[in-house]
Design a protein around this ligand. Structure first.
Ligand code: GTP
Ligand code: MG
Length: 263
């Protein structure tokens, strides 16, 4: 069948993320090509439609822009059902908004209910306000997104950076899923590194003590330190691990081992 003769496809997209991270501004930047400085909190939900052409196909996008504030939970919770794509936003200058991302995924999962339906929602992560002083660096954001299998975008609703690319990838991901019978096809099919490698880097970056960095209990023996070091060194060696942050993580690992062996 000629693709162009197909009827317009209707898809449903939502936005998620803490209050004030810039969800409405990202959507406004995309749909109206402008930026609003003043904060106008979304009350419950905002709805908009956008027409786009994706893979030669006319697509009508229904966008449900959610309010991030907890008091609006009772309003927004009705809108998760039948979602095909989600823009998951945090503000790089606000650590708490990054740490809340898991909570947003849980909320979506609880409201959708059906595990398969939830897993087939195409999610794009937006590290927004990247024009600002950062509290969450690119490596940390990308590692988190990679660990979930979500594409990651650095965006600024203010300058417009990354916004079109993000929506393009999101719409393409959803249309591809629809053409695949509603089953999500991972946009990032081959990262080139494993979940174990991502987790090792996250641990080395976030741990509070040298023992913790090596995944050991306080006071572990030198033999245990060496064993843990060897295991991690194989995972993390920058020649093998191309994951973001692997070089720095390898340096942290070396320093932690040196410090523990000197004790
Ligand atoms: P709720 O509707 O309450 O959930 O918030 P929201 O996530 O929709 O936030 P909104 O888009 O209303 O933006 C919040 C504030 O952040 C506004 O003052 C925006 O001007 C500002 N803002 C949004 N995006 C950016 C950005 O990329 N850079 C900068 N510097 N400010 C931004
Ligand atoms: Mg809003």
């Amino acid at each position: 069948m000629d693709k162009k003769s197909k009827r317009p496809l209707r898809i449903k997209i939502i936005s998620m993320g803490n209050a004030e991270v810039g969800k409405s501004c990202i959507i406004k930047r995309y749909c109206e090509k402008r930026f609003v400085h003043k904060y106008l909190a979304t009350i419950g939900i905002d709805y908009g439609v956008s027409k786009v052409t994706i893979k030669d196909r006319e697509v009508k996008v229904n966008i449900f822009d959610m309010a991030g504030h907890p008091i609006f939970y009772e309003v927004r919770n009705e809108f998760y059902k039948d979602t095909q794509g989600a823009v998951l936003v945090y503000d790089v200058s606000d650590r708490n908004s990054f740490e809340s991302l898991e909570h947003w995924l849980l909320e979506m999962q609880n409201e959708i209910g059906n595990q398969a339906e939830h897993e087939n929602v195409v999610v794009c992560v937006c590290a927004n306000k990247c024009d600002r002083k950062r509290m969450v660096d690119e490596v940390e954001g990308k590692l988190w997104a990679d660990s979930k299998g979500f594409p990651y975008f650095e965006t600024s609703a203010q300058s417009g950076d990354g916004v079109n690319e993000m929506f393009q990838a999101l719409f393409e991901g959803v249309v591809t899923a629809v053409e695949n019978g509603g089953k999500k096809v991972p946009i990032v099919t081959q990262l080139g590194y494993t979940k174990d490698q991502i987790e090792a880097i996250q641990r080395l970056r976030n741990a509070k003590s040298d023992y913790d960095r090596l995944g050991l209990r306080e006071g572990a023996s030198k033999d245990e330190v060496n064993k843990a070091y060897k295991r991690l060194a194989v995972l993390l060696h920058p020649d093998k691990n191309v994951a973001p942050g692997s070089e720095d993580a390898f340096k942290i690992l070396l320093a932690a081992r040196t410090a523990l062996l000197k004790r």
